[in-house]
Design a protein around this ligand. Structure first.
Ligand code: F6P
Length: 551
């Protein structure tokens, strides 16, 4: 990690506030969070924010006013405000790929866009027309059947965002149209999806920004064969395949009708692209009105992010608390615990957003980092996670900050389910904060009938250190607006952290080597010749594969 020749004079650990934060961490490292509430009766109110329909309670964190002031100072010293403006202004902040970063432009309201971004409106209009045609039955399959199933073929940002949102907005789905997602090159993904579908009533969206992604093209080719094996006419492709891509030439070469292409742009990164036509499955599942409401929710968060002062800025507060724990408390991971079943895929989505953005080891301007960057993101919907890994959160030796996400109301009011869910969510953050000391643990064992000696001996097993920090994010209801705001919140959080760390959140060079090596290894698997050109381990595994799959 260390590099004594780091040429970047602006490394964050050279900021004056960095050493002050390190000293402050030492000063408060034994301070119980619970005591902070006693010391300041207004803490719960002071340490909470409201923006774009989201309530953030960050009072259960190992932070005080001095720490927050220092974190805001670090953000200032790192030039955050200027970087945010640079992004909104459309500067080429993704300098390693020489690209602008303008996903915020994708949710601007009509008419607000500068001239060179006006084709965003044109693509939204194209989506609106297409979605209406599919919903009304005007768009028919090759044999005149109504479309009943849409299969999105894409991977990474061309899958995770639309897939997560489509699941999250299940209560808003239009009846009569089912939307499926195929991403994995493992044929089981496509085969299991197509098993139940009728070619004459199925529409494929091939979603790939680059249209060079092997997994997506392999799945799209197999899907086309499946269609043609039933409809037996190349002309059917035009009625059953549409594409979303920057690479119009490659889409046409694949055989998709030019009228069926929804363009996107270099200036939107894959993992930030669900607001573009990559969101077509969302619009087909829920309707354009809900897709636009999702965009409006994100735009409200964009507005808050661009205008709120640092200490009242929700993405900034969440980002700086993350920096605090990663760089000053040694946190290596971040749990995302959504207490909403419709957010089942949310953590998986945030994994790409955060880990592909901030899983970096070099400064934006060159040189290797001397500090840690993005955490491992993991989690599960509540209450399922409680019966799985929460044990580690409560008693394990790791320090894992957690984000709890919960709605005040349920889409499925049923008896006391929702109050139970909400109570569980609050109980977990409170248990993480309070823990249980030895005296309490021993008393519990005694109450269970153990002798005093046994209770003392066993107490350690019940002790929970507590003082484990968390945020709680609350929405009134999980709907397109609040979901849009929630996603934008995490997008901006990730960006803020990248600015503090001095890295580029918008490239992903680390995924390239695996792709290159795969293009060398794959031919070796499908040839009769013996292969010895790789390392002995890889050669042996190739031979093993070939013994099970003779050519
Ligand atoms: O995994 C690398 C990656 O480039 C992601 O950043 C991207 O979201 C995904 O592949 C899919 O790329 P495309 O949309 O170009 O097929």
């Amino acid at each position: 990690m260390t590099n004594s020749t780091n040429p970047d004079a602006k490394a964050p650990n050279q900021a004056p506030s960095w050493s002050a934060l390190a000293a402050h961490q030492k000063a408060i490292s034994n301070q119980p969070i619970a005591d902070l509430f006693t010391q300041d009766s207004a803490r719960a109110e002071k340490y909470s924010l409201k923006a774009a329909g989201i309530h953030l309670d960050f009072a259960k964190n190992r932070i005080d006013d001095v720490g927050l002031t220092l974190l805001a100072q670090l953000a200032k010293e790192r030039g955050l405000a200027e970087r945010v403006k640079a992004m909104y202004r459309g500067e080429t902040i993704n300098s390693t790929e020489k690209r602008q970063v303008l996903h915020v432009a994708l949710r601007s309201q009509l008419g607000e866009l500068p001239e060179h971004l006006r084709d965003v409106d044109a693509v939204i209009a194209q989506m609106t027309e297409f979605v209406a045609a599919v919903h009304s039955g005007q768009w028919q399959g090759f044999t005149g059947e109504t479309i009943t199933d849409v299969v999105n073929i894409g991977i990474g940002g061309s899958d995770l965002g639309p897939n997560m949102v489509t699941q999250a907005l299940t209560p808003f789905h239009k009846p009569g149209l089912r939307v499926h997602f195929v991403s994995n090159v493992d044929a089981s993904d496509l085969s299991e999806t197509l098993k139940e579908l009728s070619p004459a009533r199925t529409l494929f969206i091939v979603a790939s920004k680059t249209f060079t992604t092997t997994e997506t093209l392999t799945n799209a080719n197999s899907a086309r064969q499946w269609l043609l094996s039933s409809l037996a006419d190349e002309a059917a492709v035009a009625k059953h395949f549409v594409a979303v891509s920057v690479n119009l030439e490659k889409v046409k070469a694949f055989g998709i009708d030019a009228n069926n292409i929804f363009p996107m742009w270099d200036w939107v990164g894959g993992r930030y692209s669900l607001w573009s036509a990559i969101g077509l499955p969302i619009a087909l599942a829920c309707g354009m009105d809900h897709f636009n409401a999702l965009r409006a929710g994100a735009a409200a968060m964009d507005e808050h992010f661009a205008s709120a002062p640092l200490t009242e800025n929700m993405p900034v507060i969440m980002a700086m608390l993350g920096v605090w724990y990663i760089n000053f408390w040694g946190a290596e991971s971040q749990a995302i615990l959504a207490y909403d079943h419709y957010l089942n895929a949310f953590t998986k989505y945030i994994q790409q957003l955060d880990m592909e953005s901030n899983g970096k080891g070099a400064y934006l301007h060159g040189g290797y980092l001397e500090h840690h960057t993005g955490p491992v993101i993991w989690g599960e919907v509540g209450t399922n996670g409680q019966h799985s890994f929460h044990q580690l959160l409560h008693q394990g030796t790791r320090f894992v900050p957690a984000d709890f996400i919960v709605s005040l109301t349920s889409h499925n009011p049923l008896g006391q389910h929702h109050s139970q869910l909400f109570a569980n969510c609050l109980s977990q953050s409170r248990a993480l904060m309070l823990g249980k000391n030895e005296t309490q643990a021993a008393a519990e064992f005694k109450a269970m009938g153990y002798s005093a000696a046994e209770a003392k001996q066993l107490a350690h097993h019940k002790v929970m250190p507590g003082n484990r920090p968390s945020n709680t994010l609350v929405v009134n209801s999980l709907n397109p607006e609040t979901l849009g705001a929630l996603i934008a919140l995490y997008e901006h959080k990730v960006f803020v952290q990248s600015v503090i760390w001095g890295i580029n959140a918008f490239d992903q060079w680390g995924v390239e080597l695996g792709k290159q090596l795969c293009s060398e290894i794959h031919p070796a698997l499908v040839t009769q010749a013996d292969i010895e050109k790789f390392d002995p381990s890889t050669n042996a595994l190739i031979a093993l594969y070939k013994s099970a799959n003779p050519q």
